[in-house]
Design a protein around this ligand. Structure first.
Ligand code: C2G
Length: 132
């Protein structure tokens, strides 16, 4: 069985997230998703996600093309996660282009184009401006 792995926060879930997960799944027979923990997010973006890690994991695990979900607690543990889950392909959006090339000895690394004109940050900004 060919296992594909991908990672992300998937906060305020939107169609860009669906698109990357669906395309990632098409590279194999089994898609495992590392959902970034609340603390990892705080360390990367200096803010906590709107949705809790429990809710984000529940949303991702309910998708028909996702086979397994786990909590991603550190960016440096990519290789460990890949080996632990027996993944032979890592898929990421191209905002991460080149950033995970260091795992290429362990598995194939594919960066896919992001869905244009949608992001969690933009949704938060729009909602904020409406609420004012
Ligand atoms: N994405 C996309 N199109 C968008 C928005 C996001 O294809 N319009 C993709 C991103 O490229 C990423 C995935 O959706 O592959 C999840 O995006 P984020 O939730 O923003 O994930 P991020 O916080 O970048 O966490 O170990 C890596 C990190 O955990 C990635």
């Amino acid at each position: 069985m060919k296992k594909v792995i991908t990672f992300g926060t998937f906060d305020v879930f939107h169609v860009g997230h669906i698109n990357i997960l669906e395309r990632a799944a098409s590279y194999g027979d089994y898609l495992v998703v590392g959902v970034s923990s609340d603390d990892l997010n705080f360390s990367k973006k200096n803010r906590y996600p709107i949705y809790s890690q429990q809710d984000r994991m529940r949303i991702i695990s309910s998708l028909k093309f996702v086979s397994d979900v786990f909590l991603e607690e550190s960016l440096e543990k990519k290789l460990e996660y890949i080996q632990e889950h027996g993944a032979s392909v890592l898929v990421m959006g191209d905002d991460w282009e080149g950033r995970f090339d260091w795992v290429k000895d362990a598995c194939e690394v594919i960066y896919l184009p992001r869905t244009p004109s949608i992001s969690t940050t933009e949704i938060i900004e729009v909602v904020r401006s409406i609420a004012k």
